[in-house]
Design a protein around this ligand. Structure first.
Ligand SMILES: [Zn+2]
Length: 506
């Protein structure tokens, strides 16, 4: 028997919100129906919109590391974060502990038996996207309230920075810690390095909120403008919230030094969009991300065939600059996924999956089929009456049946209210289009199966439902350079006037 921990949270964002008890009820029922043993329950009760302090959620993630349960069960996926990116990040965190996320009301990307569920992956994004869409208006209201508080200089939640304490929504200086903040600023301003400062603090047994200091804490302190008495949010700077701990002059001096050091030492983390998806068309080896230095000393990023790099194969695949390749591929994919044909395939598919899920709801189905029998019986008696066959028994039976019919209608309505309303096709399409614009990476991650790079072309293969089977593939060109869009003639198979092209297999 598989085991799971339930996580429930009250979300003020959700349109069809369930109470905590309602969520637990639905989750427990789901567990029972699916032979899952519930071994733990975590609950975060009502919180304000921006307060991300979800103690039980954090505890659940922590416990996932050492516990033996197989999955975390939630009522709906939006319990797992405030937006789809946060949900994805938190899911990833959970995944690292070897656990999967399942929902009692929505299909998810992972199945309990370890298999992947592509339909779930797609639907997951749609559901999360729609929840976000509904929350936008509400969060605006919450933001307005917060702005009022900020104007009054009141603390609006979030973590309290080291060196401060909060009382009755007012921020005060915690003198002992503020002394350490000043010490860190002063040392750094005269050229002492962060590792050295760290050593000094640790040697004096100075703690950061009860724990040992680490270099991350110090970097964070050195870059937090609140210590200079300023606090900027949504482009507006407030000076009446945080009392000043370091002088403007010292803060600016430190910022200058940090800027210089950052430029030389700490490299910005580079995200390789196509990592793990791209493979060499000549030798079949994966293409890996590389960093190098140009003749002029500039850092450059590129993609290189790992077979060629390690001399395993005598591959002659070109080395491609990261930005160039990513732009070509992203443009091609977004173009392909924006094709009306592709959109309707995806939307149809998501809709079908949704229907299927709704149909699968066993209890509802059972009630509906019972009611159908009653409807039929009533029809039969009615037509008998019409034909002139009438008896007291028939009338009595008819009354009975009509009472039952009413009873079943009530039960069905209750059962239906427990389920999430189906999302209409138009709404799915709208979400999909906006996601394509706002979060193309998310969709690309799910929809692109493989990218194959050759010296003269790139082939992009999509996952189902866009591609049904490899034989179904029809290549067509979608790569556009800055001035012209070239075309691939599907009938003749000839590419027109473009030496380097991108085949998108649809
Ligand atoms: Zn190769």
């Amino acid at each position: 028997m598989k085991t799971a921990a339930i996580y429930a949270r009250y979300s003020s964002n959700s349109q069809t919100e369930q109470s905590i008890e309602g969520q637990l009820d639905v989750c427990n029922k789901y567990a029972k129906n699916n032979d899952i043993q519930v071994v733990a329950t975590y609950i975060d009760r009502a919180m304000t919109g921006t307060n991300d302090n979800r103690p039980d959620f954090q505890q659940m993630l922590k416990d996932s590391e050492k516990s033996s349960w197989d999955a975390v069960l939630v009522y709906a996926l939006d319990r797992f974060g405030r937006n789809s990116i946060e949900v994805a990040i938190n899911k990833q965190k959970l995944k690292k502990t070897g656990k999967i996320l399942i929902s009692a009301t929505q299909r998810t990307s992972d199945n309990l038996d370890g298999t992947k569920n592509l339909d779930g992956i797609l639907l997951e994004n749609v559901y999360i996207g729609i929840a976000e869409y509904y929350s936008a208006e509400l969060s605006q209201k919450v933001l307005r309230g917060l702005n009022e508080n900020r104007k009054k200089g009141l603390f609006c939640g979030g973590g309290v920075p080291y060196g401060y304490r909060v009382e009755n929504k007012r921020v005060y200086v915690d003198e002992d810690a503020a002394e350490i903040v000043r010490y860190i600023y002063e040392r750094y301003s005269i050229g002492v390095t962060v590792p050295q400062i760290l050593k000094e603090l640790n040697a004096r047994n100075i703690l950061f909120k009860g724990r040992e200091f680490n270099s991350g804490h110090i970097y964070k302190i050195l870059s937090n403008e609140r210590y200079s008495g300023k606090y900027t949010v949504h482009g507006e700077t407030y000076t009446n919230t945080f009392p000043q701990i370091v002088s403007d002059e010292l803060f600016d001096r430190v910022a200058q030094i940090a800027k210089k050091n950052l430029r030389c030492k700490r490299s910005v983390e580079v995200v390789y969009l196509l990592k793990n998806k791209i493979k060499c068309g000549h030798c079949g080896m994966p293409i890996t991300a590389e960093t190098g230095t140009s003749r002029h000393g500039k850092t450059i990023h590129y993609y290189k065939c790992s077979g060629r790099k390690r001399n395993i194969t005598d591959c002659d695949l070109i080395v491609v600059r990261k930005e160039t390749l990513e732009k070509i591929v992203m443009d091609a994919i977004i173009n392909a996924l924006s094709e009306p044909n592709a959109i309707s395939k995806i939307v149809d598919h998501i809709y079908q999956v949704q229907e299927q899920i709704l149909n699968e709801q066993k209890e509802l189905k059972l009630l509906q089929s019972e009611k159908q029998k009653i409807d039929l019986a009533i029809d039969n008696i009615m037509s008998a009456i019409e034909r002139g066959v009438m008896s007291n028994n028939a009338i009595r039976r008819l009354n009975e049946l009509e009472e039952q019919q009413l009873e079943y209608e009530k039960k069905i309505a209750i059962e239906k209210s427990k389920t999430i309303d189906p999302i209409p096709k138009a709404e799915i399409a709208n979400y999909y289009k906006s996601a394509l614009k706002l979060e193309p990476l998310l969709l690309i991650n799910y929809l692109v199966d493989e990218i194959i790079l050759y010296n003269d072309r790139i082939e992009i293969c999509f996952t189902s439902p866009i591609t049904k089977s490899p034989d179904d593939c029809q290549g067509f060109l979608l790569y556009s350079n800055s001035t012209t869009i070239s075309c691939y003639d599907k009938i003749t198979g000839i590419f027109v006037n473009e030496p380097f092209y991108c085949i998108v297999k649809l």
